[in-house]
Design a protein around this ligand. Sequence first.
Ligand SMILES: [Zn+2]
Length: 94
Amino acid sequence: MSATHRVHPNSNGTYRPVDPPDAILWDDCERCDEHATDALGLDRTKLRAAWDMMIAVETGGPVRVGGAEYRTANEARLGRLLYNVYVITQRLAR
Ligand SMILES: [Zn+2]
């Protein structure tokens, strides 16, 4: 709960070029690992971006951020978590 972010990539991506600088969550960061399984810990901006990315990836909805695929393992973990919430809300709405 109290972990801090490991240093993320510089804006030019030089620190960790395998992850895009505008990733919602990075890999190999303890705090981002936590957020990948605890969506309620995200601020509103990141939660919105993660939700929009999940809609694009999982449902073929409009791409608003990052393209129609997850770019880090933690984005994928968070996306699957949010997709489960999405499916549950769709089922209960019937
Ligand atoms: Zn982090």
